[in-house]
Each structure stands twice: as structure tokens, then as C-alpha cells.
Design a protein around this ligand. Structure first.
Ligand SMILES: *[C@@H]1O[C@H](CO)[C@@H](O)[C@H](O)[C@H]1NC(C)=O
Length: 269
């Protein structure tokens, strides 16, 4: 009973510890689609640079490889790729030395003539979304047709569509078409609910994009939460010390070792 409570507290403590270890992957340019040979810069914006965040990716050719491992140029926790190849299309994310992961983004590189410039990061409910249908060289302002989930949603004379005050129902797979040039690949646009409600990841078979407005808006709260593990572990140590039995049962040894861990983390920092 008492041990169960202690173990439960320890689990909660370790969960709280991990939520504070966050990074956010951003990208310049911040579009889901790129032309072959385009430049891209990916950055891990982190709370704790000593956690050793690096950019990783999974493409159709290669699973979970790290920036600098035959691709990209590493600079701190950023990664630049000078000439993107269609085979480098895939899912990109940041990972710390201990294996914590950031949000992931899906990049599509096309060898074709048309891209849809849509936001690579989730859009907050109520914001406007800008969609540009572009040809490679020179960047065009040609008329373009836009599609959502393969349904025609409109023609724009300059290839630029704005979706005003997006809602969850605007989430979907978008593409565009410029006559005599061709069609863009499709890309997902994700909409996150307002911060007051924790966002729910899309339920369809879409690639994971788990970075939510919840994580963005509640960073100050997360910082506060850092104190809790130390507070709880102090309480635990005091309580263990008070009720220290004369015989050393294995379980007591274990809980003592575990409850010491957050303390060690503190000294390391
Ligand atoms: C990556 O690109 C950014 C933006 O162009 C630049 O500021 C940065 O110095 C580059 N880093 C490396 C390691 O090349």
C-alpha cells in the first residue's frame, strides 16, 4: 500500500521530468514542398542545449539517420541541406541524446514543375493560411486550381489562395494545378485547436505531426512543473528516512535508489 503509493509518485515524477525536455523543429523555408535542388535549413529550438538535440529523418531509402550521416551540414542543433533530392522526401524530427523527440514534419521534394507552398507546421485555429501554387523557374503568378482531399475548391488568377480563419474542418490533403505546367504533389495541412483545449493529433493515416499549440502555450507551466520532481523526491526521502526499517528489503533498496535519481540530475545541471 505504502510502497504502491511511493512507486506511483515516482512514476508521476519521472513523467513530469520528461515533459520538460522539449524541442521544436522549425524549417526555413517553412513549406511542406520543395523543388529538387532547393536549399533547406532545419533547426531544433530547444530548452536545454546540453541535451544534444540533432535532426533526424526517415526517407523511403533510409530509416532514422542523423544529420551529417551522409546528408546535411551540422551546425549546433541545426542542419542545412544545400540541394534537396526527391529521394530525401520524408519525415524529419529532432532527437536528444536520451531519445526524447520533437514534433515531426513531412517534407516532399519534387522533380516536377509545380509545388504547393503550404505551411509545414500546424496552423492555429482562427488563423489564415496562405497557399501558393508555384512553378520552378521563374517563380510564377500563373492562374492555378486548388484541391482539398481531391475535391476542387477554387481557381485563383495569381496562384495565391488564402483560407481565412481556419477551423478543424480545413485540415486535409491539399494540392494545386497550373495548366500546361502540371500538378503539385499533395501535402497535409494540420489545424491545431486553441490552446485552452489540448490539441488532438489527426486520426487519419496521415504521417505524425504531434507538435501542438498545447506544448507552445504551456511552456511557462512546464517550467513550473520542473520544480515538482525535486519537491516530491525531497518529500519521499524525508518519508523514507522517517520510516526506515531495520531490515533492508529489496523493494526499499530499490525505491531509495530511484528517489535519489532526480537529485543526481540536479547536481549534474
Ligand atoms: C545554415 O543556414 C543558415 C541560414 O542560411 C545559416 O545562417 C547557418 O549559418 C547555416 N549553418 C551551417 C552549419 O551551414
Amino acid at each position: 500500500m505504502k510502497e504502491t503509493t511511493l512507486l506511483w509518485l515516482l512514476s508521476v515524477t519521472s513523467l513530469l521530468c520528461c515533459t520538460t525536455n522539449q524541442a521544436r523543429l522549425t524549417m526555413i523555408p517553412s513549406f511542406s514542398q520543395l523543388f529538387e535542388d532547393d536549399f533547406v535549413s532545419l533547426s531544433c529550438e530547444e530548452d536545454d542545449s546540453s541535451a544534444g538535440w540533432t535532426v533526424r529523418r526517415t526517407t523511403t531509402r533510409q530509416q532514422m539517420s542523423q544529420c551529417g550521416d551522409g546528408w546535411g551540414k551540422v551546425g549546433g542543433s541545426a542542419c542545412n541541406i544545400s540541394y534537396m533530392d526527391p529521394l530525401e522526401s520524408g519525415v524529419y524530427w529532432c532527437e536528444s541524446r536520451e531519445g526524447s523527440t520533437s514534433n515531426s514534419i513531412t517534407i516532399t521534394v519534387t522533380g516536377g514543375a509545380v509545388i504547393l507552398q503550404s505551411p509545414v507546421l500546424p496552423v492555429m485555429e482562427g488563423h489564415n493560411v496562405s497557399l501558393r501554387c508555384q512553378t520552378k523557374r521563374p517563380p510564377s503568378k500563373l492562374p492555378a486550381k486548388f484541391f482539398k482531399d481531391d475535391v476542387f475548391i477554387g481557381t485563383e488568377p495569381t496562384g495565391h489562395m488564402t483560407i481565412h480563419h481556419v477551423t478543424k474542418s480545413d485540415e486535409g490533403l491539399y494540392k494545386c494545378h497550373i495548366s500546361s505546367h502540371g500538378e503539385s504533389p499533395p501535402s497535409w495541412i494540420y489545424v491545431t485547436e486553441k490552446p485552452s483545449v489540448p490539441a488532438v493529433p489527426p486520426t487519419s493515416a496521415a504521417p505524425p505531426s504531434v507538435f501542438t499549440s498545447f506544448q507552445l502555450g504551456f511552456r511557462p507551466v512546464l517550467h513550473l512543473v520542473v520544480f515538482c520532481p525535486y519537491f516530491i523526491s525531497t518529500l519521499l526521502m524525508v518519508s523514507l528516512y522517517r520510516h526506515r526499517p531495520t531490515d533492508q528489503s529489496p523493494l526499499n533498496n530499490m525505491t531509495t535508489t530511484l528517489s535519489n535519481q532526480p537529485k543526481q540530475d540536479l547536481t549534474e545541471e
